[in-house]
Design a binder for this molecule. Structure first.
Ligand SMILES: C[S@@+](CC[C@H](N)C(=O)[O-])C[C@H]1O[C@@H](n2cnc3c(N)ncnc32)[C@H](O)[C@@H]1O
Length: 289
């Protein structure tokens, strides 16, 4: 691949998905796009670039999707789900006791393991949430991963990564080598295609936003821009969760980290946390405390 072709692809990927490839990632582009070029009936990358320059929209989408990293697994990193059970839900169930509704956004949901992990945490609360309207919105740039997420069918390998056996038995039905997520959990999650580089104010406001392991691939300006817009759709007393290698520090004043709770952020104007002491007994049981 010529350096001009690589530059074209780098710019295209940055503009379309936010992916910020460094100058030494030619091998990655080649390993993912040469097979795609062949499938499209093209001899190689120069011809693929030519075709993209002529404005082939469907092919551009395929190129962007081929370059995204969709790695995910159930209860990834564990700690965010401990925060959800032990800090966020006790606090918000108290704060929303009159309204009795919660909106949770999983902003780069990949093949569904993250939003369905959230749904399983909520289902574990059982009667505590009776009468509550719970919305979990799963969005991703890639239509392909959203389709897999909607189907809720996972391989043995996928369910073995992070999912506690009792939740597997309770929430999945085995069909041959695959595991189908039961309809009650699937019904808790709505799916929608959404590019974080584009406006998302039409989604309304959320009590909790999971935006994990996606901004890590973006440059500082794109991260700062997205944090600014996330702050506007997060309720003033809501919670933001980032991935283990991500932070707001140095990028925005809109969020502050929660002390002693890694990966958990609140709006800078949000009140201090006083939640663990007020956690009802039934929630302590659900949270395993
Ligand atoms: C590594 S996965 C993370 C999945 C999940 N959040 C987790 O932590 O396990 C990153 C996801 O971000 C999506 N993505 C990449 N760029 C995006 C963008 N500009 N807007 C929305 N989603 C994007 C990818 O399609 C991919 O599914």
């Amino acid at each position: 691949m010529t350096s001009a072709d690589y530059e074209f692809l780098r710019r295209l990927l940055k503009d379309r998905s936010g992916l910020d490839l460094s100058a030494d990632k030619q091998y990655l582009v080649e390993s993912r796009l040469i097979p795609l070029a062949r499938r499209a009936g093209l001899p190689g990358l120069p011809e693929l670039v030519q075709k993209l320059k002529s404005g082939a929209d469907a092919l551009t989408t395929e190129v962007v999707e081929a370059m995204t990293t969709n790695e995910t697994f159930f209860f990834r990193d564990k700690v965010p789900f401990d925060h959800l059970r032990q800090t966020i839900l006790p606090d918000l169930l108290r704060a929303r006791a009159n309204r009795r509704s919660l909106r949770i956004w999983c902003a780069a949901s990949s093949t569904g393991q993250e939003p369905y992990s959230i749904a399983m945490c909520l289902k574990e609360l059982g009667a505590i949430l009776a009468g509550w309207r719970i919305e979990i919105l799963a969005t991703d740039l890639s239509q392909a991963v959203l389709e897999k997420s909607k189907a809720g069918i996972f391989s043995q390998f996928e369910v073995q990564r992070g999912l506690p056996i009792q939740l597997l038995v309770k929430n999945f039905t085995q069909t041959g080598e695959l595991w189908q997520l039961n309809a009650d959990i699937r019904a808790m999650v709505q799916h929608r295609q959404l590019n974080l580089l584009q406006d998302f104010s039409h989604l309304g406001t959320f009590d909790v936003i999971f935006c994990r392991n996606v901004l890590i691939y973006f440059d500082q300006d794109a991260k700062a821009n997205i944090f600014g817009r996330l702050a506007r759709v997060l309720e003033p007393d809501g919670y933001l969760l980032l991935g283990a290698a991500e932070t707001v520090v140095g990028l925005t004043e809109a969020f502050k980290p929660c002390t002693e709770r890694r990966g958990l952020y609140r709006s800078s104007a949000a009140p201090m946390l006083h939640v663990v002491a007020t956690m009802p007994q039934a929630m302590k049981v659900a949270a395993g405390r």
